[in-house]
Ligand binder design. Structure first.
Ligand code: PLP
Length: 375
């Protein structure tokens, strides 16, 4: 029996490092509810939560109290978009956006609370900035940017977009679902207002946790209300972060796993991870390009490769690869705008997404399996 090859890391990273598995188990054995008591078990939990805020803050260029735990990137994007939008404001969103960003914006628009436009994030940095400027209105308050697309490694120039947003007094919300743990992301140097991060993808944590990490002095309307462990006699949510956006019990075992995952990424080194992933995907795209009938999508090199094979639907290619023990994702990947942008809207595509744990021999197996489709 050949070893399974896992190329679905954009959905969730697998396998999780042993330290992450140990940390989750240990938290279940030793920790109580953080912020809900002064006994030892509650204090152990509170320390874990603080440690995770601190390492995440250091990694992403923020202060620990600006790290809010969410259920995932989708929750973080909803909290950021709905928490920062002002009634009647105009929002810009890029043409690679995932439904996790698009749908909260569309929901505000259909409730008559905001208007939005999609900006073209293709081409070089200058062109992307020009496209944004062209769509700006006096009422534009939010700009959403997908750092790395989840269908094809298209990477947006976040630093330059951040400078532009600062110049125009616009909040920049970054969907870092496919960049956190893969590429450098820094709130301070990139002028990011709100960074939306999943814990279970590039940071190697468990599913069920993510983060909304904010710049100083940003205030949010709440989308959930409930117990926050402080100011318990007030009917209103506390004003201060992180408690303002953390109603209810935090997913402590998942946070403990995320802490171990972030430490693992930092020990391995982001540059090392990025270099290895980009080497794998550039070899993969080069070799797929040589196979007749293969269409590749996207221009940038990152951790995601999207393609189709003439004569086969994406689902057929996925099933063929699965029969060889190779796990990929097929279809629309919740990103209709991105498929319109790259020209795969009709049927979607096959997505190969790597982590630094993948090996070149696994790329060989994938390429050989795609070759075999043409025989
Ligand atoms: N944004 C992008 C670009 C994604 O790829 C995903 C998930 O695949 C999300 C947002 C949603 O992330 P989560 O699963 O953590 O809610």
């Amino acid at each position: 029996m050949r070893r399974t090859v896992y190329f679905d890391n954009a959905a969730t990273s697998y396998p999780k490092p042993a330290a992450v598995v140990r940390a989750v188990t240990e938290a279940l054995r030793t920790a109580g509810n953080p912020g809900r008591g002064s006994h030892r078990l509650a204090e152990t939990a509170a320390e874990l939560v603080y440690d995770c805020r601190a390492v995440a803050a250091e990694m992403f260029g923020a202060e620990p109290e600006r790290v809010v735990f969410t259920a995932g990137a989708t929750h973080a994007l909803n909290a950021a978009v709905k928490g920062l939008a002002e009634p009647g404001c105009h929002i810009l969103i890029d043409n690679y956006a995932h439904n996790a960003a698009l749908r909260p914006v569309a929901a505000l628009a259909s409730a008559g609370l905001a208007e939005y436009d999609v900006y073209d994030a293709d081409g070089d940095e200058e062109r992307v900035l020009a496209n944004i400027v062209q769509k700006l209105r006096p009422t534009t308050r939010l700009l959403i940017a997908t750092h790395q697309s989840n269908i094809c490694s298209h990477i947006l120039p976040i630093g330059s977009i951040g400078r532009l947003c600062r110049e125009y007094g616009i909040h920049l919300i970054v969907d870092a679902a496919q960049s956190a743990g893969h590429l450098t992301v820094d709130l301070r140097t990139m002028n990011i207002t709100a960074l939306c991060v999943p814990g279970h993808k590039g940071l190697f944590g468990p599913m069920g946790v993510g983060m909304l990490i904010s710049a100083p002095n940003v205030t949010y309307k709440t989308i959930f209300e409930g117990g926050a462990g402080i100011h318990s006699l007030d009917a209103a949510m506390p004003e201060e972060l992180p408690e303002r956006l953390e109603a209810g019990t935090l997913p402590l075992p998942a946070i403990a796993g995320l802490l171990a995952g972030i430490r693992y990424v930092r020990q391995t080194g982001l540059q090392e991870i990025c270099l290895h992933e980009c080497t794998l995907t550039s070899v993969l795209t080069g070799r797929l390009r040589e196979i007749s009938g293969v269409t590749l999508y996207g221009e940038s090199v990152g951790s995601v490769v999207g393609f189709n094979v003439a004569g086969y639907s994406p689902a057929e290619v996925g099933a063929h690869l699965a029969s060889r023990g190779i796990c990929v994702r097929t279809g629309y990947h919740c990103a209709p705008l991105a498929h319109r942008t790259v020209g795969s809207f009709e049927n979607g595509s096959v997505r190969v997404s790597v982590s630094h744990l993948n090996r070149m021999t696994e790329i060989d197996r994938l390429v050989n399996a795609v070759h075999d489709l043409q025989k």
